[in-house]
Design a protein around this ligand. Structure first.
Ligand code: SF4
Length: 453
């Protein structure tokens, strides 16, 4: 009888990668592998990598090399790598780091437990398992969520948008929507396991259903998810601005479990820049979508992402963006200095912008946004709103932390609880007393509130 090794999974990158790791954890546990949280205890370590831009590639390589060190000096006997880095570099990665026992591409990870078993049986399986992305064998897999009360539901993989600065379509392949029946079944399983908040993700959730035989679209999927008992909050992330349909806007306007929140990465607002980015939107479509969302009776909080310093971005282009951000449409915003990623069209463009100019423009955008976020949050001072409790604060053991329906996990602000107690996973009522930059401070009310947002 083979002794299965204590196994640890390290996951890097985006929430979509996190779902892959959670599905792998489910498969490993199902096959009897003892899972451990600390790499020092592990005999087999799996690194789930990210490789969409060079800094992410370096972080993945640093992590793998650190684990290779554990293999030389520690308990670790097997080093396995999965995800975007093997998908992007394949054999070259194995040549560079011979300590890697197995490397699996973005849709090959379901094979990992069986391949690890072969390793244990010295059957020396092929070290590299990378094929053109195919998600038929990953989409329905159950997942072991890292947070008991909150989970990501990945509804599709891949992307057909081909933004000129992005390598993800090369790593994740063509857009493929997961069957609605599998998704509702999975969401019900997560709700039965105690999940209250479901964060809907994909590279582009608004492309959902385009190639499905039954043509189920995003709104129809959401209506099904809305019926699942136990789920309280459904949050929409990664919506492509120009593809946000009136049907979706109307659904957001209704009092359902869908949070009054939409993540809407615009990337820029200047038409010449949007054109060079190969974005399908123009400033008018972006403004129309935001105007329609702003006309709803229900106050929908918007998050967005912008890139500054894209090749050829003039002072006027940048000023257009800064002025647009200054109009105050977004409660939360992420701003990234453009990165010339090898293998992308944009990296070949002339008129690359100096790093110092990119940093300066990023600072100006975030200085402007900090004031706007604070202004949006100030509107809640003195009001009682539903809060999803998350347990002890990471900042201080004397504080609990929570999130409002307009604070997504990991990317937006936090709500710190200065008074009162409620269990992690509960949706409690909190009175907002203070705002500090992106965060809120609240005291819990004795009486519970209606959980719907
Ligand atoms: S929408 Fe654009 S940026 Fe996002 S994954 Fe697709 S190609 Fe990349």
């Amino acid at each position: 009888m083979i002794q299965l090794p204590k196994t640890a999974v390290i996951t890097l990158g985006c929430p979509k990668n996190q779902v892959d790791a959670e599905q792998l954890l489910f498969l490993l546990a199902h096959d009897g592998f003892p899972l451990v949280g600390q790499v020092d205890e592990a005999e087999a370590i799996i690194v789930n990598t990210c490789a969409f831009i060079q800094p992410a590639v370096e972080e993945s390589l640093d992590t793998i090399l650190e684990i290779a060190g554990h293999k030389q000096n520690g308990r670790c006997r097997y080093l396995l790598v999965m995800g975007c880095l093997p998908q992007r570099y394949g054999q070259e990665l194995l040549k560079q780091i011979p300590e890697i026992d197995l490397a699996l591409g973005t849709s090959s990870f379901p094979k990992l437990p069986e391949l690890l078993l072969k390793l244990l049986q010295d059957k020396s399986p092929t070290r590299l398992h990378v094929s053109p992305p195919d998600y038929r064998n990953t989409c329905g897999l159950p997942q072991t969520t890292s947070q008991p009360h909150s989970a990501y539901l990945k509804i599709a993989e891949g992307c057909d948008n081909h933004c000129s600065y992005c390598i993800i379509p090369q790593l994740k392949g063509k857009q493929a929507s997961f069957p609605p029946a599998e998704l509702t079944h999975k969401a019900a399983e997560l709700a039965d396991a105690g999940v209250k908040e479901l964060n809907i993700i994909a590279q582009d959730i608004t492309a959902y259903g385009q190639k499905l035989s039954d043509r189920t679209d995003l709104v129809q999927l959401l209506e099904k998810l809305n019926e699942i008992n136990g789920l309280e909050w459904i949050r929409l992330l990664y919506a492509y601005p120009g593809k946000v349909s009136d049907k979706l806007i109307n659904l957001l306007g209704e009092q359902t479990k869908i949070c009054p929140y939409l993540d809407l990465p615009i990337q820029h607002i200047s038409d010449p820049v949007l054109k060079r980015m190969n974005r399908h939107d123009r400033s008018q479509t972006i403004r129309e979508t935001i105007y329609k969302l702003g006309s709803l009776k229900r106050n929908i909080h918007l998050r967005s992402t912008v890139i500054v310093g894209f090749p050829g971005e003039t002072d006027r282009d940048f000023q257009l963006l800064l002025d647009f951000i200054g109009e105050g449409h977004f409660t939360y915003l992420g701003c990234f200095p453009y990165w010339p990623e090898t293998g992308t069209k944009a990296a070949m463009m002339e008129t690359q912008i100096e790093e110092s100019v990119k940093e300066e423009r990023c600072r100006a955008i975030m200085d402007c946004q900090r004031r706007i976020t604070s202004r949006h949050l100030q509107e809640y001072i003195g009001k009682s709103i539903p809060l999803l409790m998350e347990g002890e604060s990471l900042e201080s053991e004397f504080l609990l932390q929570a999130r409002t329906a307009f604070q997504a996990p990991d990317i937006d602000g936090i709500t710190y609880i200065t008074e009162g107690f409620s269990q992690a996973g509960e949706i409690a009522s909190g009175r907002i007393n203070q705002v500090h930059d992106y965060d809120l401070f609240a005291s819990l009310n004795e009486t519970s509130v209606k959980t719907s947002t």
